[in-house]
Write a protein that binds this ligand. Structure first.
Ligand code: SIN
Ligand code: CO
Length: 380
């Protein structure tokens, strides 16, 4: 699927709009075809491993119900919206919606949330902490987007629904199939469906220092690193035992800084942290461990290897050993395997012809076998 940014290049988009101001691009996707139907979305929200909710609004009475859902009849024909997270982990066509946005690195992308709204449906005016691209699928929706405004009142019409007071719109548009809306973080927005409407939200992740540091602390614990305790063997007699003195502050600060002064560790932590998915993946672990010969044989029969949908993977070469990260795990690779690791991380389907060139490299064979046996790559 090709994106038409009109006169805008990805470079200009990043310079002018990304994290700065909202944008509407009409007909960004020519002849847009929905990669999922409303019925399929409703079916997905019946599964207990799927995160979904229905927000309804009847006579200004907001309600939120969480999935899995067994029946939708109670919601009627109007004024509700079904929101399903990480649909890209289950529908290939939905996952493909990410491709046009790959001028931004994969690690920044979180998931594709899909909503189905009946006329009048929406979640009300609100703020999100993350950037989002919203593609309009079937139907039409009235979208309004404003600027960040400290004066906006925070509202809680339901304990699970954060909204803000009415805002002044700088974008006020009826979106039609193929239109694209970009909303930076903390810009108030509100989309009200005009008719039965499907929307695809490509959502981003932007870790904050709290998440990074607590994640790093977990990483140190898991790997039993920096366990040595504070050492003050050079201590002198204090005349102020009731105070925390500057030399002790300096020593304690040094203890903390020593963890962050290890670039190899930090990069390894980032690779693992940033490839963790926040929703269930359809991991397909083989019933029997496969060795390279078996893998080769399956590919020779015409099958193709692909990553499970929604898998996050990255190659990091800024380490003493280049490393492939996938689903929060690291796979150390040699220079020989770098090409294969890049092919894997770029999610290129791997067929017999591709595998041919790796027949001489034992490390490549082991890498392939590992990712397959962990259920991260699978045969189609
Ligand atoms: C949607 O209803 O499709 C998107 C909700 C939102 O604005 O976050
Ligand atoms: Co939003």
């Amino acid at each position: 699927m090709k994106i038409h940014l009109n006169d805008l290049t990805p470079e200009l988009f990043l310079e002018k709009y990304w994290q700065k101001q909202p944008l509407i691009i009409k007909a960004a996707f020519a002849d847009f075809v929905d990669p999922i139907e409303a019925d399929e979305l409703a079916g997905l929200a019946m599964e207990d491993f799927i995160e979904s909710r229905i927000v309804s609004n009847n006579n200004s009475q907001w309600d939120v119900k969480h999935g899995p859902f067994t029946d939708y009849s109670e919601f009627g024909e109007n004024n509700w919206t079904l929101l399903v997270q990480a649909v890209n982990n289950w529908f290939e066509g939905v996952d493909a919606l990410i491709t046009p946005f790959q001028f931004i690195p994969n690690w920044r992308i979180d998931d594709v949330m899909v909503s189905f709204s009946t006329p009048g449906g929406g979640v009300g005016p609100h703020l999100d902490q993350y950037d989002v691209f919203i593609i309009q699928g079937q139907g039409k929706r009235h979208w309004r987007v404003g600027k960040p405004d400290q004066a906006l009142e925070q509202l809680l019409p339901h304990e699970d629904l954060k909204q803000v007071s009415d805002f002044q719109a700088i974008i006020d548009v009826i979106t039609e199939p193929g239109d694209l809306l970009y909303i930076p973080p903390n810009h108030p927005h509100d989309g009200i469906a005009i008719d039965n409407s499907l929307n695809y939200s490509i959502g981003f992740q932007a870790p904050n220092p709290q998440e990074l540091i607590s994640g790093f602390a977990d990483y140190l614990l898991d790997n039993q690193l920096f366990e040595q305790r504070f050492n003050d063997s050079a201590r002198r007699v204090t005349k102020k035992p009731h105070t925390l003195e500057s030399h002790d502050i300096a020593l304690l600060t040094e203890v903390m800084n020593s963890c962050f002064n290890q670039p190899e560790l930090l990069v390894d932590f980032l690779g693992k942290q940033l490839t963790q998915v926040h929703h269930t993946l359809n991991l397909l672990i083989p019933t029997q461990e496969l060795d390279f010969q078996t893998i080769e044989q399956i590919l020779a029969e015409g099958e193709v290897l692909s990553p499970v949908l929604g898998l996050k993977c990255l190659v990091v070469t800024d380490l003493s050993h280049p490393t492939l990260y996938a689903n929060g795990e690291s796979f150390e690779i040699s220079q020989h395997c770098l090409e294969l690791a890049n092919t894997l991380a770029q999610k290129v389907p791997i067929d017999y012809a591709i595998i041919e060139s790796y027949r001489q490299c034992l490390k490549c064979q082991q890498l392939l076998a590992k990712v397959i046996n962990k259920g991260l790559w699978t045969f189609e």
